[in-house]
Design a protein around this ligand. Structure first.
Ligand code: TRP
Length: 453
């Protein structure tokens, strides 16, 4: 093998993969889903599904990268020359590119809000004023574009330094930092005094965790399954790319379990930071951007020490987004470097330029260009819809069919168990899950997401 840039330590790969996995999905989507789909009961369903479907897919993606040792498309070509399995990589890479286009817009919002928090601009504003502030910002013709480009520039800067000196260094620093920030926010949330007439912090915990089995139905199960893919960043070329930088003796099953546990921990801890604070101040939980960009600034405006906790929260959000955008840029750069023989710095700039073009359009589609719609959605929502429902799903489907049915079981066994020295006991279970259970689950999610039932 040529001297390929790669992770220097086993933790480096874990930190980078957790960095990709942990993002807005963990901080506002997951806590809200748990709260509304049955609390502790949903958590148990999610744990089962992520163990039997999400984690085996995560393992599969890492192993593909390590077996192919190339970018997300060419690893398939190395493993199965003359075959069409590499289309999985094509869908994954395209998805990464398009996801990046709209993710970068939201990442820009987190940066703007970090500056607003630092400038103490939430204090003294009513909920309506904060609502208007958010709408005013995201519909503004150039401000959100400026912040997305700034975010993209930071991402490009990190990625241009390479895997070891850029991605690994930044991820191993930021992931522990994210935990520290979230622990501080959790302590604050759980020790808040209850405002007159509000239910108090404990009601927030009970919103999050109290099991309600009556809410577990096909809808909540499907939501759990879909989210397990999204939150682990599978289907978007990230894990095969990172897997190609992984050490040959790293234990893939245990690494995957660690990634899943860190991802889950951050999501649960985010919920503990968010809901008790909201209930202490009598605010109703909302979902989506409204929760993070309107309700929480309100909470910070009234909380003792709210200035510092507001800054910390938006710092957390921006850093969580940064480790995800790094992974999204890296997959495109890896492809350009590997397949087109481009120099890394040049590839980073070229990829960033392409993403910037999509981000500008995605950003404008929230304001000036909101009248342009595809399938009744503005461009921003369309990008989200098409990648989540088609691009990533197809990529994952082809990949599990490939490993389960189209590739040598012995070679897969050897790589997954490091030539029979690690985690040999779980291989049969893993193989069964990706051959039968994962494809069926993916088809069900797909049919549901296109509205067939
Ligand atoms: N996992 C990220 C989150 O929870 C979102 C995401 C999905 C993602 N697919 C991705 C991030 C691919 C980077 C790359 O927010």
């Amino acid at each position: 093998m040529s001297q390929k840039d790669g992770f220097n330590s086993k933790f480096g790969l874990i930190a980078a993969a957790v960095g990709s996995a942990v993002g807005l999905g963990n901080i506002w989507r997951f806590p809200y889903m748990v709260g509304t789909y049955g609390g502790g009961a949903f958590l148990i369903v999610y744990l089962i599904l992520v163990s039997i479907i999400g984690t085996p897919i995560l393992m599969s993606e890492l192993v593909i990268g390590r077996l192919g040792r190339r970018d997300a498309i060419n690893s398939f070509k190395v493993m199965a020359p003359e075959k069409k399995w590499y289309f999985s990589g094509v869908f994954a890479l395209l998805s990464a590119f398009l996801i990046f286009g709209f993710y970068c817009v939201v990442a820009g919002w987190t940066l703007e809000y970090l500056f607003q928090a630092i400038g103490n601009n939430f204090a003294g504003k009513s909920p309506d004023q904060l609502g208007e502030m958010f709408t005013g910002f995201i519909t503004h013709p150039w401000k959100p574009i400026l912040f997305s480009i700034l975010f993209l520039a930071i991402t490009t800067f990190v990625v241009s330094f390479g895997v070891q000196k850029g991605i690994e260094k930044v991820s191993t620093l930021l992931i522990p930092l994210l935990f520290v920030i979230i622990i501080i926010l959790d302590i604050r949330a759980l020790t808040l005094p209850t405002m007159e007439g509000a239910q108090g912090a404990m009601a927030g915990l009970s919103f999050l965790f109290k099991p309600d089995w009556s809410l577990i139905n096909s809808e909540s199960i499907l939501a759990a399954m879909g989210h397990s893919f999204f939150t682990l960043s599978v289907g978007a070329a990230v894990l095969p790319t990172y897997g190609s930088y992984m050490k040959a003796d790293q234990n893939i099953p245990s690494t995957s379990v660690q990634i899943f546990i860190f991802d889950l921990l951050i999501a649960i801890m985010a919920g503990i930071a968010i809901f008790p604070s909201m209930f202490a101040f009598g605010m109703a939980p909302d979902q989506g951007p409204g929760l993070v960009f309107i309700i929480l600034p309100n909470v910070f405006a009234s909380m003792p020490g709210g200035y510092i906790f507001g800054v910390l929260f938006f710092l957390l959000l921006a850093l969580a987004a940064l480790t995800s955008t790094i992974s999204l840029l890296e997959v495109v750069v890896a492809y350009l470097v590997d397949s087109k023989d481009m120099e890394r710095k040049k590839a980073s700039l070229l990829a960033a330029f392409g993403v910037a073009c999509i981000a500008v359009v995605a950003s404008l589609s929230n304001g000036a260009w909101s009248h342009i719609t595809i399938m009744d959605k503005n461009i921003f929502d369309f990008l989200d819809f098409i990648t989540a429902n088609y691009g990533m799903t197809l990529a994952v489907m082809i990949e599990v069919l490939f490993l389960g049915w189209g590739y040598s079981k012995d070679k897969l066994y050897n790589s997954m168990t490091n030539d029979g020295t690690a985690a040999t006991g779980v291989f049969s279970l893993y193989y069964f899950l990706i051959r039968f259970i994962a494809p069926i689950a993916i088809i069900i999610i797909f049919l549901h997401s296109i509205g067939l039932f």
